[in-house]
Write a protein that binds this ligand. Structure first.
Ligand SMILES: Cc1cc2nc3c(=O)[nH]c(=O)nc-3n(C[C@H](O)[C@H](O)[C@H](O)COP(=O)(O)OP(=O)(O)OC[C@H]3O[C@@H](n4cnc5c(N)ncnc54)[C@H](O)[C@@H]3O)c2cc1C
Length: 452
C-alpha cells in the first residue's frame, strides 16, 4: 500500500504578478512568451531546467525539419522559427541540408540555440524568466486559474496571472489543477543523447561505419538491440562531433519520476557500454564530450481539448478555419517493432529494428495529394478552460496525428498561437474558447506567421 503524509496548507509569497504565465521554456514556451510580449503583455516564463529550449537544447535534439510544403517550393512556416533559424545562420551555428523525401532541414548547435533563446527573451523587458523553477500546481477558481505555484531555490512561490499557457509537455499545470488529460496506451519511446568525438578518425581509418563494426559485440556488452539500434548521427556543428541518440526505451512513462530516473540510468549504462564496445574493437581515441541535460521525451500526456486532431485530418490535408499552423512532417511512430513514417503523398517507409528499410503505399495513388496539413486552434483549448491554453506536446491529437505534428517546427507554431490567442482573449475580455479564429489568424500573420 502507498504510504502518505499530510502536508499542512501554508501562505506563500507572490513572486510576480503579470498578464501571462507560461509554464515550460522550450522553444514552444519561449515563442509563446515572445509573441505575447511583442503584443504588449507582461509575461512570466517558468522553466524547470537551467536552459531554455527544451528538447532542442537540453536533450540535444538538434534538427528542425522543413519549413516548406511537400513540393519543397512554397514556404509554409515562418514566424519565430524562421527568425531564430536566421539568427543561428548568421552566427554560423547551423547547416542547411536537404533530404529527397522530406526536403530542406537544418542541423544546429544546441548550445548556440540555448544562448540565442536567452538573447531573444532578454530583448523583451516585459518577460521575466524563472529558471530552475518547477511548476508544481496552481490555484483554480471554477474554470479559471488565478495563480501557478512554483518550487525553486527560494522555496514555494506563486505567480499570479490573468492568462496561462501550459507548455510543460507533461501538463504539470493542466493536470494538477484538475483539467482533463489522457494518454495513448502505447507511448512513443524515450531516448537519451550523448555527444562523442573521435569517430570521424576511426571511420576514415577503417573505411566503414561505426555501428556495422561493433554491432556483433552488443550481446557481450549487454547493449539492448531489442530497442532498436542507436542513431550515431553527425552533429555537423561542429563537424567532428557525433550525436548518439541512445537506444529507444519503450514502455517508459516520462511523467513518472521513478521511471524517468530508471530510464536515465539505463540509458547512461548503454552509453558506457557503447563507448567500451568502440574502444575495445576500434581504438581508444573516442571520447564522450557531453551528456544531455534532460531525458529525451517524445510523448506523455495530452490535454482533452475542443478538438482531437486525427490521422485523417492530417493526411487528408483537411482545412480548418481556425488553423494556427501548417506542416508536412510525416506521421512518425517509433515502437518496439521499429519506425513507421507515413507521408502525405500516400507512401510509407518502414524501418525494422535492424535498420532495414521497406517502402510501400499506405494509400492508392490518387493522382494528386495534399501538399501540407493544418493544425487547428481548437486542439490547444482544454475542455471547459477559461484562461488556460496548452501548446507543444500536450496538444490534443490521436496517436498517428501526434506522430506527425510532434516535431519542433510544428510545436513552435502552437506556442506562438497560444501566446497570441492569450493576448487576444485578454484584450477582448473573453475566454479562450471565444477567440475569433479569423482575428487570431490575422494577429498571427501580423507577427510573421504564415497562416493565410
Ligand atoms: C530523442 C528524440 C528525438 C527527436 N527528434 C526530433 C527531430 O529530429 N526533430 C524534431 O523537430 N523533433 C524531434 N523530436 C520531437 C521534439 O523534440 C519534441 O516533440 C518537441 O521538442 C516537443 O516540444 P515541447 O515544447 O512540447 O516539449 P519539450 O521540448 O519537452 O519542452 C518542455 C519544457 O518544459 C519544461 N518543463 C517540464 N515540466 C515543467 C514544470 N513542471 N515546470 C517548469 N518547466 C517544466 C521542460 O524542462 C522543457 O524545457 C525528438 C524527440 C526526442 C525525444
Amino acid at each position: 500500500m502507498m504510504k502518505s503524509i499530510h502536508e499542512p496548507a501554508r501562505e506563500i509569497p507572490v513572486a510576480y504578478d503579470c498578464d501571462l504565465c507560461v509554464i515550460g521554456g522550450s522553444c514552444t514556451g519561449v515563442f509563446a512568451a515572445v509573441r505575447a510580449a511583442r503584443l504588449g503583455m507582461s509575461v512570466a516564463l517558468v522553466e524547470s531546467n537551467i536552459l531554455l529550449g527544451g528538447m532542442a537544447t537540453a536533450a540535444q535534439v538538434n534538427e528542425w525539419h522543413s519549413l516548406y510544403d511537400a513540393t519543397h517550393q512554397q514556404q509554409i512556416i515562418g514566424g519565430l522559427t524562421a527568425e531564430v533559424l536566421d539568427r543561428l545562420r548568421r552566427k554560423h551555428a547551423l547547416v542547411d541540408l536537404m533530404r529527397e523525401e522530406r526536403g530542406p532541414y537544418a542541423l544546429f548547435n544546441s548550445a548556440a540555440l540555448a544562448l540565442e533563446l536567452d538573447a531573444l527573451v532578454q530583448e523583451h523587458e516585459s518577460i521575466r524568466v524563472f529558471l530552475k523553477a518547477a511548476c508544481v500546481g496552481g490555484i483554480r477558481e471554477g474554470n479559471a486559474l488565478t495563480a501557478a505555484i512554483l518550487e525553486d531555490k527560494s522555496g514555494r512561490r506563486a505567480i499570479r496571472a490573468r492568462m496561462f499557457v501550459d507548455a510543460s509537455g507533461d501538463g504539470d499545470l493542466l493536470r494538477r489543477t484538475g483539467f482533463a488529460a489522457w494518454r495513448n496506451e502505447t507511448l512513443q519511446p524515450v531516448s537519451y543523447q550523448l555527444l562523442i568525438a573521435g569517430l570521424e578518425q576511426i571511420e576514415e581509418r577503417t573505411g566503414k561505419g561505426i555501428w556495422s563494426q561493433i554491432r556483433h559485440l552488443s550481446k557481450d556488452f549487454d547493449y539492448p538491440l531489442e530497442n532498436a539500434t542507436p542513431w550515431i548521427n553527425p552533429s555537423h556543428v561542429p563537424a567532428d562531433i557525433r550525436n548518439v541518440y541512445g537506444p529507444r526505451l519503450n514502455g517508459v512513462d516520462a511523467s513518472n519520476a521513478d521511471e524517468v530516473t530508471a530510464a536515465i540510468l539505463e540509458s547512461r549504462r548503454c552509453h558506457r557500454a557503447l563507448l567500451e564496445m568502440i574502444k575495445s574493437r576500434l581504438g581508444q581515441e573516442v571520447a564522450a564530450v557531453s551528456l544531455a541535460h534532460s531525458l529525451g521525451v517524445r510523448e506523455t500526456w495530452h490535454a482533452r481539448c475542443m478538438h482531437r486532431l486525427t490521422a485523417s485530418d492530417l493526411l487528408d490535408g483537411i482545412s480548418f478555419s481556425d488553423r494556427i499552423g501548417r506542416g508536412t512532417y510525416p506521421v512518425d511512430i517509433h515502437s518496439s517493432q521499429g519506425t513507421l513514417l507515413r507521408y502525405l503523398n500516400g507512401k510509407e517507409k518502414v524501418l525494422d529494428r535492424d535498420g532495414k528499410v521497406t517502402w510501400r503505399r499506405w494509400r492508392e495513388d490518387m493522382g494528386s495529394s495534399p501538399t501540407s496539413y493544418e493544425i487547428p486552434y481548437r486542439c490547444l483549448v482544454p475542455e471547459s478552460a477559461e484562461n488556460l491554453l496548452v501548446a507543444g506536446r500536450l496538444l490534443d491529437a490521436d496517436r498517428e496525428a501526434y506522430g506527425g505534428v510532434r516535431v519542433m517546427v510544428n510545436m513552435n507554431q502552437t506556442g506562438e498561437a497560444a501566446g497570441v490567442a492569450a493576448w487576444w482573449a485578454l484584450k477582448q475580455g473573453v475566454t479562450v474558447t471565444q477567440v475569433n479564429p479569423r482575428e487570431l489568424r490575422r494577429a498571427l500573420a501580423d507577427g510573421g506567421s504564415l497562416v493565410p
